[in-house]
Design a protein around this ligand. Structure first.
Ligand code: KG4
Ligand code: ZN
Length: 333
């Protein structure tokens, strides 16, 4: 079975084709709008929608050309139905529904976070159910117990800011631009992670929820107290913030693995592309099996939608009444 995946939930237009026989992505194209939104310090939904409309068809035709197959060899279409921005979601949904009608093949709306989770099944070795998942993106920070395809228990989540959102806001405080994650990671390589003693919120409590707004506020006060922030000050603060996030994610993941008696942790979402956080989690959780997608598949992409579409079209009943769902809890799947 060959499935076309379409991702447009935020500011990346992603198209890919997954081949179930070889368990491989046979072609994929991605366009990131990040530069377009950087002047505004965040994603502008209307601009994002317009850009998806401009990019979808050219990327689709490039992906099909690269795959070497004809469009009539496709067996199904998957698109991100939510959670995400309403306008951008609609652009992908409209294209998917139109292609489905035109080509006479089924179409399925995918949950974005399930896609971030299942992309790891492309890796060798791949995780096997049941496993734990730490999803760290711009909109979410979740610890999930994945019991099987479509069977997910949310064990913990952020009560305020998502972890990527905290990176973006701290980058703004330091005048680094958008998206903040990669900019903080780069600046942090020049700083001392122990220069500032920042909080590790909720790590002493037995539950698995997160809170990142206090950490962000601690950074805000540190910036306010510095009259002329030097490059060294900014680098030290970026490194200390990144260290506080890494430490918090490590402590919560360790607790989740112990509480659940599971030794496999799958990590996904845009923040999982941070090499410092990857290293800290791998070192801290030594003795367990830790899975990360390749860096280019941590942030939003079409491949994760295509593989999830394959499993959804094969293994579960398709619910065709969901066109888009901007707010959608993973445990409702
Ligand atoms: O998964 P994603 O592409 O989109 C959402 O579903 O939200 O994640 C985007 C988020 C942004 O907040 C971005 O700043 C963050 O991931 N991010 C990073 C890094 N690369 C992207 N955060 C920390 N370090 C990075 N290298
Ligand atoms: Zn995402």
């Amino acid at each position: 079975m060959k499935v076309l995946g379409i991702e447009t939930s935020c500011d990346e237009t992603g198209i890919a084709i997954y081949d179930g026989n070889s368990n491989q992505i046979i072609a994929e194209k991605l366009f990131s709008q990040a530069a377009k939104h950087s002047d505004y310090g965040g994603v502008v939904p209307e601009l994002a929608s317009r850009d998806h409309v401009r990019k979808l068809i050219p990327l689709l035709s490039d992906t099909i050309n690269e795959s070497g197959i004809k469009a009539d060899a496709l067996d199904g279409i998957a698109y991100t139905a939510g959670p995400g921005l309403r306008g951008p979601l609609l652009t992908g949904a409209a294209l998917a529904q139109a292609l489905s009608l035109g080509w006479g093949i089924p179409c399925v709306g995918i949950h974005h976070m399930e896609a971030h989770l299942l992309i790891n099944l492309l890796e060798d070795p791949a995780p096997s159910f049941p496993f734990l998942t730490l999803l760290i993106s711009g909109g979410h920070c979740l610890i999930i117990r994945a019991n099987n395809f479509g069977e997910y228990e949310v064990l913990g989540q952020s009560r305020d800011d998502a972890v990527g959102e905290a990176f973006d806001k701290v980058a703004k405080l330091l005048d680094l631009g958008y998206p903040g994650g990669p900019k903080i990671e780069e600046l942090a390589t020049k700083g001392d992670p122990n220069a500032f003693n920042l909080p590790r919120p909720m790590t002493k409590e037995p539950h698995l929820d997160f809170s990142f707004s206090g950490l962000k506020t601690a950074v805000l006060y540190t910036v306010r107290n510095e009259e002329n922030p030097s490059q060294t000050f900014k680098a030290d603060l970026a490194a200390s913030f990144q260290e506080a996030v890494a430490d918090t994610l490590f402590l919560k993941s360790k607790k989740a693995m112990e509480q659940n008696g599971l030794d496999q942790l799958v990590i996904g979402g845009g923040v999982a592309s941070n090499k410092y956080i990857r290293k800290r989690l791998i070192e801290g959780l030594k003795g367990n099996k830790i899975f990360f997608p390749p860096i280019n598949r941590c942030t939003d992409n079409g491949a994760m939608v295509a593989i999830t579409g394959h499993y959804r079209l094969n293994k579960t009943n398709i619910s065709s009444d969901i066109i888009i769902r901007p707010k959608w809890n993973l445990s409702e799947l």
